[in-house]
Design a protein around this ligand. Structure first.
Ligand SMILES: Cc1cc2nc3c(=O)[nH]c(=O)nc-3n(C[C@H](O)[C@H](O)[C@H](O)COP(=O)(O)OP(=O)(O)OC[C@H]3O[C@@H](n4cnc5c(N)ncnc54)[C@H](O)[C@@H]3O)c2cc1C
Length: 575
C-alpha cells in the first residue's frame, strides 16, 4: 500500500495545475496517470486559451464581464453563472502566471501576448502558441513540477506514470483513496490518502469519429460514477466542425479564426445561407456550424457525399507557415495535401464532453475529500455548448482551485489507518474482477464491442438525435453490456497486457455511454450541442435545469437540479 496526503489522478493540464497548488500549500502529493503526463490529451490542444487581456486593438475594451456573457450565451444559458464568473475573473491571472513560468505565447509587435478570434467572442480574445498551445502549456507546467520535485525545501511530489485507476475507496461519507494497476506488472495496489482529486479528462472515445486520444475512454468518469457520484449534464457532447476527413484529426478553429473559409461543392461559403451562421460565418459557435455542415452534406452539397472544404489558400504561405504550421504538417502527413495549395477535406467529429463528475465551484463533490477538475468534471462552465479556448482555461482555473481546496482540507489532518478496511475490501473486489477476466473462457472480443459501441453512438446519439434513434442506442448498449460479461482475452499475461487495460476501460465506456443516451432521451428539447429533431426548440420551462445521472445496476437513475442564475438574464440565442 502507498500513502500520500493528496492523490491526484490525471497528469493533464488540470492534474498538473492541481499538483502545483497542493505543493505550494506545503502538502505532500502524488500524481497517478495512465500515461506519462506529457502524453495526456492536453498536449494535442491547438488553437488557444481565452482571457480578456484586451491586447488586440479590436478587443481592447474586453472585460471579464464580456467574457462571462459570451460563455453563458454560448452555453445556451445552461452554465452556472457563479462558476463562469469565477473562471473569467481568474483567467488573466492564470495566463500571466503561465507566461511568467515561461510559456512561449505568440506576441504582438509591442511584445504583449497576441490574441486571435476564436470561441464566439467576435473579436480576438484567445491567447495562443501558434497551433500547438496545449503542447506549450503542458510542457511549461511539467517543468514547474520538475522544479518543485528538485527543490529541497518543497514537500514530496511523486509521479506515478502508467498506472490505471480502477476503483475509488470510500469509507462512510469520505473518500480515502484509490485502487490502481501498475500497467507494467499488471498488479493492483491500494493508494491511501486524505483527499483525492480526479482530473481524468473527457470521454471522446465513446464515439468512433472523435478527435480525442485513445486513452479518453470515459473510465475516469466511470470510477466515481460507480462509487455513487452523479455525472452532470453528460448528454451534452460537442461535435467540432472541422476534423480531417476520414481520420478525424482536429483542424483547429484557429484555422477559421485566421480567416479560413468553409466551402461546399458549388464553391459557396454556404454558412451565409443559414440564419444562425449568416452573421458570424466561420467563427459562429461550433454546434451551429457542425449542424449546418451536416445539413449541407445530407442535402448533396458535400464532396463525395461525405465532406466539405476548408480553404486556407487565400491566407498565403507565410501566414500558414507561421501561425498554422501544425495544421499544415497534419495535412501533409495524414492526407498528402498541402493547405498552401489545396483545400482541406473536413467533416464534423466528436470533440468534447461538456458534462462530467458533478462538483461545485470549489471543485468539491458530494463525497467528502473527493474533488474533480478539468474536462472530467462538470463545474458547469460550458453548459450545453463549450466555447473554443475555454477548456484549457477551465483546466488551469479549476485545477488550481481543486488543488488548493484539497490541500486546505488535508491541512492539520494526521495520518490515520482509518479506511484500511474499505481499502482491503475494494482491492479484493478489483482483484476479483481482473482474475475473472484473465480466466474467462468467453468468446466475445473486447475490440469488437468497442467498435460497435462507438459506431452506435455516432449513428444514434450524434449531432442530430431523436427518440427512436436514442431508444435503439440504449437497447444496443444493454446488449453490449450483456456481451461484455462473456468477454475472453487473447492474451492472459499480466505484464503490459494492453488488452486487459482496454477491457477494464471498456466497462466504464459502456456505462458512461448509457448515461449519455439516457440523459439525451429524457431531455425533450434542443439546447446547445443537444439537438433533437423531434423537439427542435429550447424549452426553458421544462428543461432549464441540470441532469444528474446516478449509477445503478439496472441503468442510470436521473435526477435534476437547478441552474445557478446570476446577473445575466435568460435570452433567446441571438445570431
Ligand atoms: C485535438 C484537441 C484539440 C483541442 N484544442 C483545444 C484548444 O485549442 N483550446 C481549448 O481550450 N481546448 C482544446 N481542447 C480541449 C482541451 O485540450 C481538453 O479539454 C483539456 O486539455 C483537458 O485537460 P485535462 O487535464 O482535463 O485532461 P487530459 O489532458 O485529457 O488528461 C487526463 C489525464 O487523466 C489520466 N487518466 C485518465 N483516466 C485515468 C485512469 N483511470 N487512471 C489513471 N489516469 C487516468 C490520463 O493519463 C491523463 O493524464 C482540445 C482537445 C482536443 C482533443
Amino acid at each position: 500500500m502507498q500513502y500520500h496526503q493528496v492523490i491526484i489522478v490525471g497528469g493533464g493540464l488540470a492534474g498538473l495545475r492541481a499538483a502545483v497548488a497542493v505543493n505550494e500549500m506545503n502538502i505532500q502529493a502524488c500524481v497517478i496517470s495512465r500515461v506519462h503526463p506529457l502524453r495526456s490529451h492536453t498536449v494535442a490542444a491547438q488553437g488557444g486559451i481565452n482571457a480578456p487581456l484586451g491586447n488586440h486593438p479590436r478587443g481592447r475594451y474586453d472585460t471579464w464581464e464580456k467574457h462571462a456573457y459570451d460563455t453563458i450565451k454560448g452555453s445556451d444559458f445552461l452554465a452556472d453563472q457563479d462558476a463562469v464568473i469565477k473562471m473569467t475573473q481568474e483567467a488573466s491571472t492564470r495566463i500571466i502566471e503561465m507566461e511568467h513560468w515561461g510559456c512561449p505565447f505568440n506576441r504582438t509587435t509591442e511584445g504583449k501576448i497576441a490574441q486571435r478570434p476564436f470561441g464566439g467572442a467576435g473579436f480576438p480574445r484567445t491567447c495562443y502558441v501558434a497551433d500547438t498551445t496545449g503542447h506549450a502549456l503542458l510542457h511549461t507546467l511539467y517543468e514547474q513540477i520538475i522544479r518543485f520535485q528538485q527543490a529541497a525545501e518543497r514537500r514530496e511530489l511523486v509521479l506515478c506514470p502508467e498506472w490505471l485507476v480502477t476503483a475509488l475507496v470510500v469509507e462512510g461519507d469520505e473518500c480515502r483513496g484509490v485502487i490502481a494497476m501498475d500497467m507494467t506488472s499488471g498488479k493492483q495496489e491500494a493508494f491511501l490518502g486524505e483527499a483525492v482529486i480526479f482530473a481524468t479528462g473527457g470521454a471522446g472515445r465513446l464515439y468512433a469519429n472523435t478527435t480525442n486520444a485513445l486513452i479518453k475512454t470515459g473510465m475516469g468518469m466511470a470510477v466515481p460514477y460507480w462509487a455513487g457520484i452523479p455525472l452532470k449534464d453528460i448528454e451534452f457532447i460537442q461535435f467540432h466542425p472541422t476534423t480531417l476527413f476520414g481520420k478525424n484529426i482536429l483542424i483547429s478553429e484557429g484555422a477559421r479564426g485566421e480567416g479560413g473559409y468553409l466551402i461546399n461543392n458549388k464553391g459557396e461559403r454556404f454558412l451565409a445561407n443559414y440564419p444562425d451562421s449568416r452573421k458570424a460565418m466561420e467563427i459562429a459557435p461550433r454546434d451551429i456550424i457542425a449542424r449546418n455542415m451536416t445539413r449541407e452534406i445530407q442535402e448533396g452539397r458535400g464532396f463525395d457525399s461525405a465532406y466539405l472544404h476548408l480553404d486556407l489558400r487565400h491566407l498565403g504561405a507565410e501566414r500558414i507557415l507561421s501561425k498554422l504550421h501544425g495544421i499544415r504538417t497534419i495535412c501533409l502527413d495524414f492526407a498528402g495535401i498541402d493547405p498552401i495549395t489545396d483545400p482541406i477535406p473536413v467533416q464534423p467529429g466528436q470533440h468534447y464532453t461538456m458534462g462530467g463528475i458533478d462538483c461545485n465551484t470549489a471543485c468539491e463533490t458530494r463525497l467528502r475529500g473527493f474533488y474533480a477538475a478539468g474536462e472530467a468534471a462538470c463545474v458547469s462552465v460550458h453548459g450545453a455548448n463549450r466555447l473554443g479556448g475555454n477548456s484549457l482555461l477551465e483546466t488551469l482555473v479549476f485545477g488550481q482551485i481543486a488543488g488548493e481546496n484539497a490541500a486546505k482540507y488535508v491541512q492539520g489532518k494526521a495520518e490515520t489507518s482509518q479506511g484500511q478496511r474499505s481499502l482491503d475490501e475494494t482491492l479484493k473486489t478489483a482483484e476479483g474482477k481482473v482474475d475473472r477476466l484473465l480466466k474467462s473462457e468467453g468468446r466475445e472480443s473486447p475490440s469488437r464491442i468497442k467498435t460497435e459501441l462507438s459506431n452506435l453512438m455516432v449513428q444514434k446519439a450524434g449531432i442530430f438525435r431523436d427518440a427512436a434513434g436514442l431508444k435503439t442506442a440504449l437497447q444496443g448498449i444493454k446488449t453490449l453490456q450483456e456481451r461484455y460479461r462473456n468477454i475472453g482475452l487473447d492474451h492472459r499475461g499480466r505484464r503490459w497486457n494492453t488488452a486487459l487495460h482496454s477491457t477494464l476501460e471498456l466497462e466504464g465506456s459502456l456505462d458512461v455511454a448509457e448515461a449519455v443516451v439516457t440523459g439525451a432521451l429524457a431531455r425533450e428539447e434542443s439546447r446547445g450541442s443537444h439537438y433533437r429533431t423531434d423537439f427542435p426548440k429550447r424549452d426553458d420551462e421544462k428543461w432549464f435545469r441540470h441532469t444528474l445521472a446516478f449509477y445503478s445496476k439496472e441503468g442510470p437513475r436521473l435526477e435534476y437540479c437547478e441552474v445557478r442564475p446570476g446577473p445575466f438574464k435568460l435570452e433567446e440565442r441571438k445570431y
